[in-house]
Structure formats: structure tokens, C-alpha cells
Write a protein of this length. Structure first.
Length: 202
């Protein structure tokens, strides 16, 4: 019994030590992107905006998790006619992050990779009209998901307040259109900037 108690106390102390290294922070984020639709031969890149917020969770001195909630303007331009498709999404990217350097460094490069999910709010053409199929039904699926990867850096502005700069790409896995004989996916390159503020540190 004594051995079990000692073991349990050791596990608790290890967990307390782990929690003490964990930091939670949140902040606003804004960015720009260029996007297109993969496998559409008439598609070229369309610029757009990202706007929202993010949460960073530091597990230890080098590893962390990040989640964002973004309004993102995706879509594409047409190569053949003077028109574009604007897809308005709410995106939730979740990534694992590796930070280079030591916690005391003012400048910390990072790499990240993960998955995202997106909910389509609306699809419009260049005139602002909602895009529908000839039968009046929606032309685009409501949900999108895919993978993402990128790099960036955090720069300490003051104690526990960081400038976050992320540059990456998102590649959709889901077919975004309702057309039965084609498969089209989102592709996005983005640059986002935010400022994180601490919530807790034990």
C-alpha cells in the first residue's frame, strides 16, 4: 500500500510540474491570402482577407497547440471570362507548433502543421449575386476540411505579450462543389498577424 501511495504522489507531482509549464494566451488576428480551386483548368488565384482570433497553448518550452477562428475570403478568378467566385468561410484551423530557441528569447521562429474545418457562409460571383445551380439549388457544399502547414515567428513585445506572424498554406481534402462529375478543392496561401495576451500561467 505504501508503494502505491508513493507512486500516486509521484504521478501527481509530475502532473503539477507539467501544468506549471503550461501557458494559455489569446488574441486578435488579421491577414491576407491568395486562393484558387484545384483541378479547375479555368481557375487562377484570387486575393482575399482573413479576420478573427486565435488561442495558443504552450505545453512546454518548445511544443504547443494553436487554434484559430477566422472569417476567410476564398475562391478563384476565371481565366476565360471577366468573373470570379468568392467563397465566404468560417474556418477553424488546429495545429501543433514547434518553437525554436529558449523561452527567454525575444525572437522565436516556429513551424506548425495540422488540420482545419470550414463552414461556407455564402458563395458570390463578381456582381455579388449568390451562385446557384440551374435548378435553383446551392452550387457549393456547406462544409470543407483539409490540412495545413507553415512557418512563422513570435516576437515578444513585453512580458507574456507576443507578436505572432504565421505564413502557411491550406489544402482542402473535401469536394467543395455539388457537381457530381467533378472534384474541386480549395487551395490557399496566407499570411496572418496577431498579438497574443496571457490568460493564465501557473
Amino acid at each position: 500500500m505504501t508503494k502505491k501511495i508513493v507512486f500516486a504522489l509521484a504521478v501527481i507531482l509530475m502532473n503539477v510540474k507539467l501544468v506549471s509549464a503550461q501557458t494559455l494566451s489569446v488574441g486578435p488576428m488579421v491577414g491576407v491570402n491568395v486562393s484558387t480551386i484545384v483541378d479547375d483548368p479555368t481557375s487562377k488565384y484570387l486575393p482575399g482577407l482573413n479576420l478573427g482570433g486565435f488561442l495558443n497553448y504552450s505545453i512546454d518550452s518548445n511544443w504547443g497547440l494553436s487554434a484559430k477562428l477566422l472569417y476567410s475570403q476564398l475562391g478563384d478568378k476565371s481565366k476565360t471570362v471577366d468573373n470570379h467566385t468568392r467563397l465566404h468561410y468560417i474556418q477553424v484551423p488546429v495545429t501543433g507548433v514547434y518553437y525554436f530557441g529558449a523561452p527567454g528569447n525575444k525572437f522565436r521562429p516556429k513551424l506548425f502543421a495540422g488540420l482545419y474545418a470550414g463552414a461556407l457562409l455564402q458563395a458570390n460571383n463578381a456582381d455579388g449575386d449568390i451562385i446557384i445551380q440551374p435548378d435553383g439549388q446551392k452550387a457549393y457544399n456547406n462544409l470543407d476540411f483539409g490540412g495545413l502547414a507553415g512557418l512563422g515567428f513570435n516576437y515578444r513585445l513585453k512580458s507574456r505579450t507576443w507578436l505572432n506572424v504565421d505564413a502557411g498554406f491550406n489544402r482542402g481534402f473535401a469536394d467543395i462543389t455539388k457537381t457530381s462529375n467533378t472534384t474541386y478543392n480549395n487551395l490557399e496561401f496566407n499570411l496572418n498577424v496577431g498579438v497574443s495576451f496571457p490568460i493564465s500561467e501557473k
